[in-house]
Design a protein around this ligand. Structure first.
Ligand code: CA
Ligand code: CA
Ligand code: CA
Length: 196
């Protein structure tokens, strides 16, 4: 069993990913649109660059959702979502260095897609557009982003935004550290729901 702190935050992520808020995450009705919006943001539609990025995102989202869909009915329920991550958490505990390498590759690649101007930092606009793609934008995004940046060690803080090193560490904490006092536990969290 996952610690309650982890399953609660994964449910929060689940609600974030459930774009149309109907209680299940589906590739066609939730994630396909996100792939379009994120690719459109980076490249003009109908260009080869756009198509390549869209295909990559669509393939990745479809693969992830299929992997989580344990009964193969096309819909990922909150329970399936949690169970999938239970397996992942076990693998991470057994092979931590492979887990870190996986995060650097998967989340690092996604960081580069979101970093619109390619300067190596995520700006507030980058994360706002990301939340908007899932129909989850709002004031909470800026409040959360500021809190996450403030949480960074002085050496990592930057007026440019969130560095990739900080981002990857927050992602690692979110997925694998049950300690709720770590800043990464608050990724995707609306400030009203968190206990800073
Ligand atoms: Ca849905
Ligand atoms: Ca299912
Ligand atoms: Ca940037």
């Amino acid at each position: 069993m996952l610690p309650t702190s982890l399953s609660e935050r994964f449910l929060r992520l689940f609600r974030f990913m459930d774009r149309n808020s109907d209680g299940v995450v589906e590739y066609e009705t939730d994630l396909l649109e996100v792939a379009k919006l994120i690719a459109q943001r980076k490249f003009p539609e109908a260009t080869p660059d756009y198509q390549e990025l869209f295909d990559l995102l669509a393939r990745t989202y479809n693969w992830e959702n299929t992997r989580r869909d344990l009964d193969h009915d096309g819909k990922v329920t909150p329970n399936e979502f949690i169970q999938g991550h239970e397996q992942l958490a076990k693998q991470m505990a057994a092979h931590p260095s492979e887990g870190i390498a996986f995060i650097a590759k998967a989340a690092g690649g996604f960081f580069d897609i979101l970093d619109l101007d390619g300067d190596g930092y995520l700006s507030l606009a980058d994360v706002q557009d990301y939340a908007d793609a899932y129909c989850k934008g709002g004031d909470w995004v800026a409040a959360n982003f500021t809190q996450l940046l403030d949480s960074a060690a002085a050496g990592d803080a930057s007026t440019l935004g969130m560095s990739k090193a900080l981002f990857l560490e927050l992602v690692r904490q979110f997925w694998f550290e049950s300690d709720q006092t770590l800043p990464g536990s608050h990724l995707f969290g609306q400030p009203a729901e968190t206990s800073w």
